[in-house]
Each structure stands twice: as C-alpha cells, then as structure tokens.
Design a protein around this ligand. Structure first.
Ligand code: B12
Ligand code: SF4
Length: 435
C-alpha cells in the first residue's frame, strides 16, 4: 500500500500539432480545462504540479522518474494525438510505481475511452466535463480502491482483474458559475512560465451537430456576464494579459452574448480572436467587435460547395459564407478561413473553385485541413462500420503522428491531387501571413 501524499502531477502530453505561423504561443499557453481541474483538486487539499511536455520530445520519461516517488496520483489530459505517448508513458510509470492511480481526461479519452484504457496502463478515464467527477473520484484513492468507484458517474475504470467497466454517464453542469473562478496561476508554479496571452472560453458545448465533429461537452451553457468579467479582469490584473484566444466552439451562437462580451472588453486593452460559424453575422455586430479589440475571426468554412455543405452542416449556405467573409474584411477584421480537403462528394472541379475563391479573396488567410474521422464523431462510427477503419488502436497510433496528413480519402479525387491542393493552400496562407 502506498504512503498517502497529497502530490498530483498533471501531465500535458507532447504534440505533433503545427499551428498557423505566428500562433505558436498556443502550444505553451495555459490549458483552461487543466487549470479548472487543478483548481478543484487544489481546493480539495491536493498539491498539483503541471508537467507540460507539449513542446518537448526527448528524454521525457527519464526526467519524470525522479518526481514519481512523492506522488499520490498522476493526471493526464489527452488530445487527439496523445495515444502513442499514453501507451508508453503509462507503462513506464506503472513499471516504476505499480500502485499509483493514473487518471485520464480530455478529448481523446472522452471520445475513445475503451480503446485508450485497454491499450494503456491508465486506471480511470473521466469522460467530458471533469470537475464534479474528480471531487467524487479522488477521495477514493486514499483508501484501497474501493467498491465506491462503481458509484462515480462519468467514468470508465479498470477493476482489479484489469477489465474495463463503464459507469453511467454524468449530466453536464447546468450552471457554469458554480465552477471555481478560473485562474491560470497553476501554470506559473514550478516551471516559472510567464504568459501574456490566454485561451479562454465563455461557454461550454455547442448547439449544432455536425456529422464530422466530436463534442466532448454536451448542451450549450454560458458563463454569466459577471463571471466572464471577473475572470477576464483577474487575468488582466494578475498576468497583464494582452491577448485572448476565445476557444468557444461557436462564439456567435447569440449576438447578445457577443455584445455583452464586447461591452466587457471595451474597458480593457486586450486584443482578441474567436471562432464563429459563417452565418448570423452583420455589419453592426462586427463593428462592435472591432471596436472592442477583435483582431481576427476564424470561420469554419470547410467547403463552398452547397451540396457538400448541406450534407455536412445544418443550415449553412455558401452565399452566407461569402457575405460573412466580405463583411468581416470590410470592418478591418482579419479573416482566417478553415477549409477541408478530401470531403466526401468533393470533385476536382470543386477543388479548383476553392483555390480560385481563395486566390481572389486576397485578405482571406486560408487554413487547410485534411478531412479525417475524429474519434467519437458520427463520421468515425460510419468509417468503422464500413471497414475504412479496421483497427481502432492502429488508427489512434496514426493520429499520434499528426493530423495534417491524408489518412483516409473519402473523395473520388486521386490522393496526389488532394495533396497538391493542400500544399497550394498552405503556400497561400504563408504568403499572406508574411505580407
Ligand atoms: C482550444 C482547442 C484547441 C487548441 C488547444 C490549445 C489551447 N490552448 O486550448 C488548438 C488550437 C491547439 C487545437 C488544435 C486541435 N484541435 Co482542438 N479544440 C479546442 C477546443 C475548441 C476547446 C478546448 C477547450 O479549451 N475547452 C474548454 C475546457 C474547459 O475543456 P477541456 O479542455 O475539454 O477540459 C475539460 C474536460 O475535457 C476534462 N479534462 C480535460 N483534461 C483532463 C484531465 C483529467 C485528469 C481530468 C480528470 C479531466 C480532464 O475536464 C475539463 C474541465 O471540465 C475543443 C472543442 C471543445 N469545445 O472542447 C477542440 C477539440 C478538442 N479539438 C479537436 C481537434 C480535432 C483539433 C485538431 C486536430 C484540429 C486540426 N485539424 O488541426 C488540433 C489537434 C491539436 C492537438 N494536438 O490536440 C477536437 C478533438 C476531437 C477528439 N476526438 O479528440 C475537438 C473536440 C473539436 C472538434 N470537435 O473538432 N484545439
Ligand atoms: S463543427 Fe463546430 S458547429 Fe459543428 S458541431 Fe462541432 S463545434 Fe458545433
């Protein structure tokens, strides 16, 4: 039986993700979800230390060995490219400390809990929103892992024989103001890291239901205006932040919401960016956003082909996209457009049209992604059923090597042509970022 200590190491896996040039800070900025869980654990009396491997690749595990002996648990947040790391890291940890609980959370394990738990040495997978779950789960680690674990909703876990069991799901939080007031301070402890840009969300969930998307959080909930103001003002006062990347899945689910954020931000010298659906936008709203410090908007365009749009998304028209881009440019806000390469139904002609569109819209910064089935999405389920994905763990290994590669070709276009289009879009993006 381990000696009980209150030390938890919170691990951020390395990533192969490449960001838009100029946005690299995102890979060292504090992670909101990790800060929130750490705050809850901190309030429970745990001493949490962040071990951030995002930008580091080598000798990771050897360095960490020294720290293991004083830990009562290891937390790991997971993202789409974490699988390879999770397999190796958890095996190594268990070789050194067999009885240390390893708890996973975040998007990858929320989308593929069974595959991840079966293929790694982790003990528990926390699905979706984690704050309420950890409050019930962590007190159980002091005792022998007890029968009470059966009662913790929202987890998958291994029993003493290693079998993976699933508990009933946990309802999402209804009032986000019941969470501890967000503080990014945990990031500065121990690694002395200084930041002046944060990623931050004012909502959780998304009201839409796109076929290719996996949503780790259900429902759409919004923090109160007072809470948002308090969190932004704290971040300004404590860390003198100069920029916020709003990470809400769809910032423009309501214009009233954006307007109240603009009112808050008017009082601060903060530049900001956000991600929106290319609809329900008008000049007056964009003007308010610009005046409140909005410097760029990322729009999920995916494609300009109306038939494909209809099959992918709910209620978005190609004409909405073009109007939205034009209005945003007119207001002097930078537009980053996300496009998908290799969509089902895409033709060589639609690719040519896309490149033409992007070439003509000189102020648009295009970011291309290959269309890949995201674990947990309906598209992924369909790819499994149609044997386009044959082995899920193999697939997660592939994703670990990076998501900016063509993994499955859903179109009838030859792969080399898709790659050529991708490279052309990347070249246009780089040209425009440098000009
Ligand atoms: C912000 C964001 C990013 C940022 C992340 C950096 C940053 N500074 O935040 C950047 C731009 C780098 C990014 C990149 C990508 N992203 Co992204 N991203 C998001 C986004 C919009 C918000 C994440 C967030 O901050 N949420 C708010 C916080 C509070 O929630 P959270 O992080 O999930 O944490 C909570 C729980 O997950 C849990 N939890 C998290 N960790 C842990 C750990 C433990 C131990 C416990 C107990 C609980 C726990 O508790 C937290 C609090 O409730 C999500 C969508 C979404 N709304 O979740 C997509 C999302 C995570 N991204 C996704 C994807 C696909 C990508 C890209 C592949 C896109 C691309 N093609 O390039 C890359 C991959 C990068 C990588 N290596 O992971 C998918 C993942 C799908 C999947 N099955 O895993 C999501 C779900 C969006 C989507 N549906 O497409 N992304
Ligand atoms: S792709 Fe965007 S709009 Fe569609 S369901 Fe996912 S988060 Fe919502």
């Amino acid at each position: 039986m381990r000696q009980f200590s209150n030390k938890i190491y919170f691990i951020i896996p390395p990533t192969s993700h490449r960001l838009i040039p100029g946005r690299e800070f995102i890979l060292s900025a504090p992670l909101e979800g990790v800060c929130s869980i750490s705050l809850v654990l901190g309030k429970m009396g745990y001493n949490v230390e962040i071990v951030d491997y995002r930008r580091c690749q080598k000798n990771l595990i050897r360095d960490f060995e020294r720290s293991l002996s004083d830990a009562c648990a290891i937390c790991i947040t997971t993202t789409i490219d974490s699988f390879d790391f999770l397999v190796n890291f958890t095996r190594h940890v268990k070789q050194l400390q067999k009885d240390i609980p390893i708890v996973l959370g975040g998007s990858l394990v929320s989308s593929s809990p069974l595959v991840v738990l079966k293929n790694t040495e982790a003990d528990v997978a926390v699905i979706g929103e984690g704050e309420s779950t950890v409050k019930e789960l962590f007190p159980l680690f002091g005792e022998k892992v007890s029968h009470k674990i059966k009662e913790v909703k929202g987890i998958y876990y291994k029993d003493s024989s290693g079998k993976v069991l699933k508990n009933p799901p946990r309802k999402h939080l209804t009032n986000l103001d019941n969470l501890p007031v967000l503080d990014f301070g945990i990031w500065t402890i121990n690694n002395g890291y200084k930041f002046d840009k944060i990623s931050y969300s004012t909502t959780r969930g998304c009201p839409w239901n796109c076929f290719f998307c996996f949503k780790p959080m259900q429902g759409l909930r919004c923090k109160s205006r007072e809470r948002i103001e308090e969190e932004i003002s704290n971040a300004k006062e404590k860390y003198n932040i100069k920029e916020i990347v709003f990470t809400d899945s769809t910032f423009n689910f309501s214009s009233t919401h954006i307007e109240s954020i603009c009112e808050i931000l008017q009082d601060y010298d903060i530049k900001w960016t956000c991600m929106m659906r290319a609809q329900n936008v008008n000049q007056s709203l964009l003007r308010k956003m610009k005046n409140a410090g909005c410097k760029s908007i990322r729009y999920g365009i995916e494609t300009l082909n109306q038939d494909i749009l209809t099959s992918l998304k709910q209620g978005i028209q190609a004409s909405d996209i073009e109007n939205t881009i034009n209005m945003t440019i007119e207001q002097g806000i930078k537009v980053v457009g996300f496009f998908m390469i290799g969509l089902p139904g895409a033709t060589e002609e639609s690719l040519i049209k896309m490149i033409d569109f992007v070439e003509k819209k000189k102020q648009l910064i295009p970011k291309a992604f290959y269309f890949i089935p995201l674990p947990g999405s309906r598209l992924y389920g369909s790819a499994l059923r149609n044997s386009l994905i044959k082995d899920e763990s193999e697939y997660l290994y592939l994703l670990s090597q990076g998501t900016d590669r063509l993994i499955i070709n859903f179109s009838n276009i030859p792969e080399h042509k898709l790659r050529k289009t991708f490279r052309r879009m990347e070249a246009i993006m780089k040209e425009r970022l440098c000009s």
